[in-house]
Design a protein around this ligand. Structure first.
Ligand code: GAL
Length: 415
């Protein structure tokens, strides 16, 4: 081969990386110490493909602030390439005609085969992929500091009665029984766990997916509010406004005994070099063994004009479902891979339990979408529930029966 041809070949081989290098701007709210480590994995892998990563992180657990910023950007005709948009909200953005079609990437990557059917459906608008799922979080977990439990003579609870008994012991021993952050989405997360525990998965579904008025105002729903009220006795006076990761920090530092939170909390334990099953325990929220309230993070892609940026966006989507990303990201994030064929041997005991419980729950009614994390209903319904729950939780004189009625009325009003 002539030198000039060799040069041309070398240039053309090098080209795909540089010539089609684009920029991806990614909106997310993974800003806690542990979650940032997870987000950094995605950035690294995208950069390794030759693209530029523009981080668009908007702090605020649960993502409410991020969604507000996203709407402003979209309204001004300048959305990012990718944004963390989840559950039924994907349909709403799809209806606006703003989302890009990822069918080519999905076909090449055999997404239909890789993903659980239910998950694939949520990622599609009008039968085309418009988003890529990142992980599966479980919301109904209780995080325990075993050393604190031992000092207080408390036992990890399996039922709600055992939960209150453990909380009493922790309180008597001078610990904060439950580390909590008083923010609407955290109040909503805890409330959802009580609902799953007290109503069971089938009635949880009727309440939060079917929005069935009878179940929303039922005696059991009243009991769920009563449990939330009782929880007030076991949180500290500084809970108001506290971020979830600071609440996790209280359990890590041994000030508090437990936290009711989804498994992104594990990202903080991991970042603090703590070992699952030894330094901390994860148990299903009392009374919910067999159920799995899921929260699937996903990145929806916006239509772009620039071809290079479009290529970068497709590479981002491709990367997310690659085994390397699924492993490293989820080990840091606290979630489990969304690919059910993923080798779990390198994951910790909490993640392994989560995967086993996910598969078991998926066999029956146990697998349920999280309302507090935008999986079960529209953001309007979610917002209405948060309002009622937070007002109830912050009012020492609030009446559980009244609250259940308000819940049904508030949901009715936004439908
Ligand atoms: C959820 C999100 C998780 C985690 C959590 C706390 O809505 O799905 O990935 O970030 O909020 O911010």
């Amino acid at each position: 081969m002539k030198a000039i041809h060799r040069l041309a070949l070398a240039v053309s081989l090098a080209l795909p990386l540089s010539a089609l290098a684009g920029e991806v701007e990614v909106l997310h709210w993974w800003t806690s110490g542990g979650e940032k480590r997870a987000a950094d994995t995605l950035q690294r892998l995208v950069e390794e493909k030759g693209h530029t990563w523009k981080d668009f992180a908007v702090a605020g657990g649960g993502g409410e602030a991020a969604m507000t910023v996203l709407k402003t950007r979209a309204v001004s005709g300048n959305p990012p390439s990718a944004a963390q948009i989840k559950g039924p909200d994907i349909q709403e953005w799809g209806e606006l005609g703003l989302l890009a079609n990822l069918d080519n990437v999905a076909e090449q990557g055999k997404w239909d085969e890789l993903l659980p059917k239910q998950v694939a459906k949520v990622m599609q608008y009008d039968d085309s992929y418009v988003a890529v799922p990142v992980n599966v979080h479980r919301v109904n977990w209780l995080w325990i500091n075993p050393e604190v439990f031992e000092k207080a003579g408390a036992k990890p609870p399996k039922t709600l009665d055992e939960f209150w008994a453990a909380a009493d012991k922790l309180k008597a021993a001078g610990f904060v029984p439950v580390a909590h952050g008083g923010q609407p989405w955290q109040d909503g997360t805890v409330f959802e766990d009580f609902v799953l525990s007290i109503l069971g998965p089938e009635d949880y579904h009727k309440a939060f997916v079917e929005l069935d008025e009878e179940v929303l105002t039922s005696d059991k729903m009243v009991q769920a509010f009563a449990a939330l009220k009782k929880l007030r006795e076991y949180i500290d006076p500084d809970a108001a406004g506290r971020d979830w990761n600071r609440a996790t920090g209280m359990v890590i530092d041994g000030k508090a005994g437990m936290q009711i939170m989804g498994d992104w909390a594990k990202s903080e334990w991991t970042a603090a070099n703590k070992v699952a099953g030894k330094d901390y325990l994860c148990v299903p929220f009392p009374g919910t063994q067999g159920s799995f309230a899921y929260n699937i993070d996903s990145l929806a892609m916006f239509k772009l004009n620039d071809e290079e940026n479009r290529k970068a966006q497709e590479d981002l989507a491709r990367t997310v479902l690659e085994p390397e990303f699924q492993q490293v990201f989820n080990q840091n994030k606290g979630s489990i891979p969304v690919r059910l064929d993923q080798d779990m041997s390198e994951f910790d005991s909490c993640a392994q339990k989560s995967m086993a419980d996910f598969k078991e729950a998926a066999q029956g009614e146990g697998l349920q979408p999280s309302l507090a994390h935008g999986m079960a209903a529209s953001s309007y319904v979610q917002g209405a529930v948060f309002d009622v729950v937070t007002n109830f939780f912050n009012d020492p004189n609030a009446d559980p029966k009244q609250a259940a009625k308000q819940l049904a009325a508030a949901i009715q009003a936004v439908q």
